[in-house]
Write a new protein. Structure first.
Ligand code: KG4
Ligand code: ZN
Length: 404
């Protein structure tokens, strides 16, 4: 357990002074009328998502995401929607090492988190004292990176006397399509495809997640990254491989579709991608492909992964009798996957929902949204409150199905 007020060096203590907040400050009248825009790295855009008003009092939630290599901050209002968000990605910093260096990631989060919070507050035209709760990614992820957001969130909540909510990173991804202009309605099937996870879930409501299937080895994003590495593509591998695949012929190489053939017989919705990656390894060793052949390998690999993800997602819809599929996580940005899922779903009379491209990969908006939904009506109590104390921990390993 860590106490944000104990370490002088921690960003947790400095956050209060740096952001100029005061403990026990009297909350002034809400003044959010003029915040009809949100910003991101590339500019300011009109707000797209405005949820239906809920019976509970309106709330303003600050979201903090620092689980891996992106510092994401967002301000979400339960009635007005997303007011502002900002993201700093560490891709350029990790690129020369070919992957995420955890210690560098933590240090960079420390550098970025407070300026980004200031920026989001400024762009939303809101004051810290107007925030009703701080939601932060508590896990899963890199321990050091998680500690940065967690300590800042708890210190800020402590100074403001408001709840701090530890959010499950995957729950953020899972709910991120609700930020879109055409959100799905509960219940739905969710396909979670990120760098660390590949899961199919039945989602009945906030906190009501039933695991239908998951990977028994590599995650889909991990398979993309490792295969990209085999083909000599840089980090992050997924987008680079997808881009190369666009120039190749998917039918050129026959690669395995693991755990697919027996699916209809056994009803098993689990995934396995390490064999596919090994098949590419053997192929590359045997054929030493030139640039054009590498594009064919990339296309064949992408098609194999997409085949499996599409078939299992459709079967999950069939098994559950639901007709809405939500796709979340970084691999959800893959255009070929979207194309194939859209086609398969249309044939079955089902709909597929995706987060906006910018909310497919890690971001603060999904964490703020998950915090708002948990605060608003799920019956789940805030983990921390002004009365409950602000000792905190992080959960680098944390199963989504343990959430309630
Ligand atoms: O959700 P995310 O940003 O971080 C985790 O929580 O893991 O997902 C990152 C993963 C990486 O493995 C990355 O290579 C993959 O998503 N990814 C993609 C694409 N964009 C990101 N994989 C395939 N095609 C893409 N376009
Ligand atoms: Zn993620």
């Amino acid at each position: 357990m860590f106490h944000p007020d104990l370490s002088l060096e921690s960003p947790g203590l400095r956050v209060a002074a740096a952001l100029g907040s005061g403990r026990g400050s009297v909350l002034g009248p809400r003044r959010l009328q003029k915040v009809a825009y949100y910003g991101c790295e590339s500019g300011i855009f009109p707000v797209k998502y405005k949820p239906e008003p809920r019976p509970l009092p309106p709330m303003l939630i600050l979201g903090i995401e620092t689980s891996c290599d992106e510092t994401g901050i967002a301000l979400y209002h339960s009635e007005r929607g997303l007011l502002a968000h900002a993201l700093h990605t560490q891709v350029a910093m990790h690129q020369e090492y070919g992957g995420v260096v955890p210690e560098l990631a933590s240090r960079d989060h420390i550098r970025r988190v407070l300026p980004l919070i200031r920026r989001v507050m400024r762009e939303a035209g809101a004051a810290l004292q107007e925030i009703d709760a701080v939601a932060y990614t508590q896990g899963p992820g890199l321990a050091g990176a998680l500690l940065v957001g967690t300590s800042v969130a708890n210190a800020l909540a402590f100074t403001l006397g408001i709840p701090a909510l530890g959010i499950h990173h995957l729950e953020g991804h899972l709910l991120s399509p609700l930020l879109a202009s055409n959100p799905p309605k509960f219940p739905f099937v969710a396909l979670l495809v990120s760098g660390g996870h590949t899961q199919l879930m039945r989602v009945a409501g906030v906190g009501e997640y039933e695991l239908l299937g998951e990977t028994v080895d590599d995650a889909a994003g991990e398979a993309f990254d490792k295969t990209a590495n085999l083909l000599g593509l840089g980090y992050p591998g997924g987008p680079a491989l997808a881009q190369l695949a666009g120039q190749g012929r998917a039918g050129q190489y026959k690669l395995p579709r693991p755990m697919l053939e027996q699916m209809h017989r056994t009803g098993n919705l689990d995934f396995s991608f390490s064999g596919l990656k090994t098949a590419v390894l053997l192929l590359v060793r045997k054929e030493a492909p030139d640039a054009a052949a590498k594009a064919d390998v990339a296309a064949s690999f992408q098609e194999a992964i997409v085949d499996v993800l599409v078939a299992k997602s459709m079967y999950a819809l069939e098994q559950t009798g639901l007709n809405q599929l939500v796709v979340a996580g970084g691999v959800g940005a893959n255009r070929r996957l979207r194309e194939r899922l859209d086609r398969a779903a249309a044939e079955e009379g089902c709909s597929v929902f995706y987060p906006e491209f910018e909310f497919c990969t890690d971001n603060g908006a999904m964490i703020a949204l998950a915090g708002a939904l948990r605060m608003q009506g799920s019956g789940v109590k805030a983990e921390k409150s002004a009365e409950g104390g602000y000792a905190f921990n992080v959960k680098p390993r944390w199963g989504l199905s343990t959430l309630v």
